[in-house]
Ligand binder design. Structure first.
Ligand SMILES: [Zn+2]
Length: 350
């Protein structure tokens, strides 16, 4: 009894997903403690071997095509610590009425030491054709503590470079971040205490509505994915390291993930190098490097694997490690796993 009370007391400093209440209390609290213990052990094991583990906060896949065992073996081989691998609900699943894909349940059942339970990608068709049903299902999963994280929600999304190459230009999504869907998502995060990821192209005209939402929902935990990934520089005069620093200072619950391409990555429509953090191959621009080094707690490791590139994990891992290794040593550890740990568990990794 005494031990149980102590466990409960410890867990209730955690966000809602990790802080059980109601009938499922003991069961969920135990599960969360078990997951967290496994995660810590895995990170420490990789550290002890002299390697840098990282927590990939943002990757997605098509769950119907994922070879879980092969994927887990790659994580092992590459010393990837943990992943928040979300399932995107594809057209076929959507047409069958799927509004929540329980991939995370299967991942954590099989490999409980390396997958963070996460909701589904908010992209077409789920977020565009049935936003209420989709968000109802994500909300229910979060309330029953099945997931620790939401997203990535696509509010403004240009066609990805791979889609452009395939001629799939229809994924040019625009959902007003200050519209009903935005209010619902920000409100959900504030109420549940769990973070969500947004895909939000960097354009001057889009910055003010985002700032207004961050102001209106100070408790919402927002991960703005793809730091400094600017596809059209002529549309983004305001977005600079100084601007991002201003956001960091104004909004304590705003985070940035570091899923971006290498120096030579070109956005095919504008023909521009869209990963603006780089000064040269493998060398960060000093202003971006200094910003991350000054506020490492606000930046998160991320690979951004997706259904159409899940087999490129070796290349994505290599590129991400080039980014991490170009940071000062302390910042490497903070960005790689400590920031995500604090965000997920409301405590420092020790
Ligand atoms: Zn994205």
């Amino acid at each position: 009894m005494h031990t149980r009370r102590r466990v409960i007391k410890t867990l209730c400093t955690l966000p809602l997903w990790a802080c059980a209440a109601g009938n499922a209390f003991a069961q969920d609290a135990d599960r969360t403690a078990r997951l967290k213990g496994g995660y810590a052990q895995r990170l420490k094991k990789i550290l002890a071997a002299g390697r840098l583990p990282y927590i990939d906060i943002e990757s997605s896949c098509n769950s119907t095509r994922l070879d879980i065992d092969a994927f887990a073996r790659n994580m092992e081989r590459l010393d990837i610590g943990l992943m928040a691998l979300s399932a995107d609900i594809g057209d076929g699943q959507f047409d069958r009425g799927v509004r929540f894909d329980n991939l995370s349940e299967r991942l954590t059942a099989r490999y409980p030491d390396r997958f963070i339970p996460v909701g589904n990608g908010g992209q077409p068709p789920a977020l565009t054709n049935a936003p209420d049903e989709f968000l109802d299902a994500q909300d229910a999963a979060a309330r029953s503590r099945q997931i620790a994280l939401l997203g990535e929600f696509e509010f403004r999304h240009y066609p990805s470079p791979r889609q452009v190459r395939r001629g799939e230009l229809q994924r040019d999504g625009a959902i007003p971040i200050d519209g009903p869907i935005g209010h619902r998502v920000f409100g959900m995060s504030a109420r549940l205490g769990i973070a969500f990821q947004i895909h939000y192209e960097i354009e001057d005209a889009l910055l003010v509505p985002l700032e207004q939402m961050l102001t209106q929902y100070p408790q919402a935990k927002v991960i703005w994915c793809h730091l400094a990934q600017i596809r059209y520089i002529e549309r983004a005069a305001r977005y600079t390291p100084q601007y991002v620093e201003g956001l960091i200072n104004r909004f304590p619950n705003l985070y940035f993930d570091t899923a971006f391409g290498g120096y030579n990555s070109i956005y095919p429509i504008s023909n521009q190098r869209h990963a603006r953090v780089w000064a040269a191959p493998g060398t960060l621009a000093p202003a971006w490097r200094d910003l991350i080094a000054a506020y490492p707690k606000r930046f998160l490791s991320a690979l951004d694997l997706g259904g159409d590139r899940i087999d490129q994990i070796v290349e994505y891992d290599r590129d991400h490690r080039i980014f991490l290794s170009s940071l000062p040593s302390e910042a490497q550890h903070q960005v790689a796993y400590r920031s995500a740990w604090s965000l997920l568990f409301n405590e420092e990794f020790t």
